[in-house]
Design a binder for this molecule. Structure first.
Ligand code: GUN
Length: 287
């Protein structure tokens, strides 16, 4: 019987644990503050930003909100980031993506102090992850590791196939699985024999961006399947990159959409904000 990996429950448990940790920090005189910047009024971004601020409030993290007009110049945004870099009372800086086309995203990400880069997007954070140094980790792949650990999925020595090579999911995911001693293959749009490669996987992580692309033909009997995709189908219902009904009976565990990977992303952002205390050595500084 396949186990359904309940990301909603894990994210709730994690947020409760973080709330306790933040309260403990509070008793030691340590408070945590996240600055959230949104440029323009992209609807999806507004929903994400609102949910991030709500999660902060629940956990006891202070959030500063910067809602800037679409017309904001790159220079204005860079100046705000630099100002927040300098502020001792700000521990995390998050610039919601996508940014308007006239602003260079990479330039903005590179301007964030890596010690405050709670999204884990800065080249220094990515580099730290790849060589096993301390640093922030991109929230979605970090959340997938958390799910696998909490469901006692063995990663050491297992064949893991990651489909997708984006900077936000596929690449950091492969690094994290490597760190867990899995044997990792990264497949992408140019990969030949995708079915055969996927069928090797003990753990199949799918971030392909195509609704219900992966069916039972891609999955080894008893594999663990993680679905990162989220789409709305013709009936306005949410679905993932994996055809859940076809794949589920062949797995030992699988994440649903919705309620699998999705809820973990914000929970892991909160974990990164709490990790900032260690990464910035705030405890050392208050002594
Ligand atoms: N846009 C969509 N997902 C994300 C995310 O995780 N972080 C940021 N900064 N922007 C996003």
């Amino acid at each position: 019987m396949a186990e359904i990996i309940d990301g909603k429950k894990v994210s709730t448990d994690l947020k409760l644990e973080l709330k306790e940790k933040v309260a403990e920090y509070g008793k030691q005189g340590i408070s945590i503050c996240l600055a959230v910047i949104q440029v323009g009024d992209d609807k999806a971004s507004s929903v994400y930003v609102r949910n991030k601020k709500k999660a902060c409030e629940f956990i006891g993290i202070k959030s500063l909100s910067y809602e800037l007009p679409e017309s904001t110049t790159e220079e204005e945004l860079l100046n705000l980031v630099k100002e927040l870099n300098e502020r001792d009372d700000v521990n995390g800086i998050l610039v919601q993506l996508p940014l308007p086309r006239h602003i260079d995203e990479n330039k903005v990400i590179k301007t964030i102090n890596p010690l405050k880069d709670v999204d884990g997007f800065h080249p220094a954070s990515v580099g730290a992850l790849s060589i096993g140094n301390k640093g922030f980790i991109s929230c979605t792949p970090y959340g997938i590791i958390e799910l696998l650990k909490r469901y006692n999925v063995e990663m050491d020595g297992k064949e893991c196939v990651v489909i997708g090579r984006s900077n936000i999911v596929g690449k950091p995911m492969s690094m994290l699985m490597l760190r867990e001693n899995a044997t990792v293959t990264v497949a992408h749009s140019h990969t030949k024999y995708l079915k055969e490669i996927c069928k090797r996987a003990d753990i199949l992580i799918v971030a392909i961006g195509k609704p219900k692309f992966i069916d039972a033909d891609y999955v080894k009997e008893g594999a663990v399947v993680i679905d990162v995709g989220i789409h709305r189908n013709d009936e306005n219902k949410l679905c993932g990159d994996v055809d859940f009904d076809s794949v589920m009976p062949h797995t030992s565990a699988i994440t649903p959409v919705p309620g699998g990977v999705g809820p973990m992303t914000i929970a892991m952002l909160m974990k990164n904000c709490v990790n900032a205390v260690e990464i910035q050595d705030i405890k050392g500084k208050t002594k």
